[in-house]
Design a protein around this ligand. Structure first.
Ligand code: SF4
Ligand code: SF4
Ligand code: FES
Length: 259
């Protein structure tokens, strides 16, 4: 097994301020950045705050920025760096720092609560829902989300513009609106909820200029922009400029997808 000493810069501080601290720390074959952070805690910085749970890329809690790029610490192998490089680890920039690498991500929980949930169809009992496989597959892609909030962190609409946060749900939650709007059994429209109008008016869909930065950082490889945001924009445009197109397509979809 080969080892080497890596140079790290780790942000230390809290909501009142802080800065980068230098460390030299041993790295072993096969390790990931989270292993190095744990070794720092064990040997040099016992009070270093870091959030993690699964160390398997599934809980979404070890999100941070590594050399300025939003990433999961447990899924970033040390082998992607040159041993001569300095690796810089900082907290997610779009959210307030609690301490060191731990941020307050409650913005995301607020946005999650603002998206009305699935509206069950009238007259179809639970267990009797029928959908085509193509619709199941589409939802499955979005359901792979582990809520790491790296897409929310990287989106320029809020990353450097705190003032946009009240009006913008962010890619993760616009994706949720898109998923529900595409769902063939969602009865939101019948209950008076126009998801495409709320996407524009309440969740800030218009702020997104489809730069695809959110897609690039998603550890689950979800095609957030191509499969959720762009289709939602197309549907919202139909709704905005031609309500009859929207109504017709909705009736067609329900006819196609319900058994
Ligand atoms: S595609 Fe839209 S939501 Fe995604 S990062 Fe760009 S502006 Fe933000
Ligand atoms: S969509 Fe991807 S990047 Fe965004 S929260 Fe979910 S898993 Fe993370
Ligand atoms: S510790 Fe769970 S995703 Fe990294």
């Amino acid at each position: 097994m080969s080892t080497y000493d890596a140079r790290f810069k780790v942000w230390r501080g809290d909501g009142d301020g802080g800065g980068l601290e230098d460390f030299t720390v041993e790295v072993h074959d096969g390790e990931v950045v989270l292993d190095i952070i744990h070794r720092l805690q064990a040997t040099q910085a016992p009070d270093l705050a870091v959030r993690w749970n699964c160390k398997a890329g599934k809980c979404g809690s070890c999100s941070a920025e590594i050399n300025g790029r939003p990433r999961l610490m447990c899924m970033t192998r040390m082998s992607v760096f040159d041993p001569a490089d300095t690796v810089t680890v900082t907290p997610m920039r779009a959210f307030p720092v609690v301490r060191d690498l731990v941020t307050d991500v409650s913005f995301n929980y607020t946005k999650a609560r603002e998206v009305p949930s699935f509206v069950p169809p009238q007259g179809v009992a639970a267990g009797e829902y029928r959908m085509q496989q193509i619709d199941v597959d589409r939802s499955q892609e979005f359901r792979k989300c582990i809520e790491c909030f790296l897409c929310q962190d990287t989106c320029h609409v809020v990353r450097d513009h705190e003032e946009n946060k009240p009006a913008f749900a962010g890619p993760r939650f616009l994706m949720r609106v898109a998923e529900l709007d595409m769902h063939p059994l969602d009865a939101a429209a019948e209950s008076g909820l126009d998801r495409r109008r709320t996407a524009q008016d309440e969740h800030g869909l218009g702020y997104c200029n489809i730069t695809k930065c959110c897609t690039e950082v998603c550890p689950e490889g979800i095609h957030i922009t191509d499969n959720a945001l762009i289709p939602l924009k197309e549907r919202a445009a139909d709704r905005k400029y031609d309500p009859l197109v929207w109504l017709g397509s909705r009736i067609r979809r329900r006819g196609e997808h319900t058994a």
